[in-house]
Design a protein around this ligand. Structure first.
Ligand code: 3PY
Length: 292
């Protein structure tokens, strides 16, 4: 806590930053802190950290992979089930006694025995696939790199070399790819049009992967049946954003990793990463910075 009168010289004193998924750690911020040595990013995604600026200044960046895989995969499933089976709409009906529960409008999509398409089969994507086994789903995945035959077999996942191929075959499409220049707006009009009209779209990655105008059009026009988003661009969405008026959209406020044990593990790992740098030790999990 900065006390009145302490601001002078404060920037020179800062050697470490602890940051969540926001605010952005910009070049301007990094440049303004002459003695900064480490950014402790308390998240697995680090698209909000200017890595080039960190590399240029010799500032190291820590992050928190693995400890949130299962919790975030659980959230993907929460959104998949809520969107597919109209849980949030059902909640409103249940609280409005004038509406019949047997109205056919409230029928959702089949989950068990259908096909799940996972876009981005990293650590979180793999946990999402594991959970599909109990639902007897066929699992397809699209990823930069194909998994080993053993890894595929363990979760019964089939690699699909093209995104379009996966979209057309899947009843549920879950986005779990990282935010990079290559994945920006990877889901746009053409991709939603490639999905089944009964298809359900879920995003637990970053909002920037989705063209939100295209998603709103797809949801409004029946191009797909429903969507569940844990992430948007920006977060939160402005109150008048068109997505907020759509009944077939379920939204959560970027709470994919938000359970006490997981958040405690993330905070501990971030503190350990920061301490390691300040003590001249290797970090527990360090982001590889771009070469200069
Ligand atoms: O760790 C991340 O990248 C998150 O999005 C936190 O849920």
């Amino acid at each position: 806590m900065v006390q009145p009168g302490e601001e002078a010289g404060l920037k020179e004193k800062i050697v470490a930053i602890f940051v969540w998924i926001a605010p952005a750690v910009t070049r301007e911020l990094i440049t303004s802190l002459p003695n900064l040595r480490v950014v402790g990013n308390c998240a697995v995604g680090y698209d909000h950290v200017d890595l080039a600026a960190c590399a240029e200044r010799g500032v190291r960046v820590g992050y928190t992979p693995n400890v949130l895989n299962k919790t975030t995969a659980d959230m993907a499933w929460a959104l998949l089930l809520a969107s597919g089976r109209k849980v949030v709409e059902g909640d409103s009906i249940s609280k409005n006694p004038s509406t019949s529960t047997f109205d056919s409008n409230w029928m959702g999509q089949q989950v068990s025995g259908t096909t799940l398409g996972i876009v981005g089969m990293g650590r979180i994507g793999y946990e999402i696939a594991k959970r599909a086994v109990g639902f007897e789903m066929k699992v397809l995945y699209h990823n930069r790199h194909r998994k080993s035959a053993e890894e595929e077999e363990r979760v019964g996942a089939t690699y699909v070399p093209t995104l379009a191929g996966l979209l057309g075959e899947s009843d549920y499409v879950v986005l779990a790819a990282p935010a990079t220049g290559d994945t920006h707006h990877m889901m746009s009009r053409e991709q939603f049009a490639a999905m089944k009209p009964t298809g359900v779209f879920v995003n637990i990655s970053r909002g920037t992967l989705v063209d939100q105008d295209a998603l709103a059009e797809a949801l409004r026009g029946g191009v797909i049946s429903a969507a569940g988003l844990d992430v948007t661009d920006p977060e939160p969405l402005p109150r008048d954003h068109t997505l907020l008026s759509l009944p077939n959209l379920t939204l959560t406020p970027h709470t994919g990793s938000a359970t006490l044990p997981t958040r405690q593990a993330m905070v501990q790992m971030t503190v350990d990463n920061i301490k390691a740098v300040l003590q001249g030790q290797p970090m527990v999990n360090e982001v590889a910075l771009p070469s200069l």
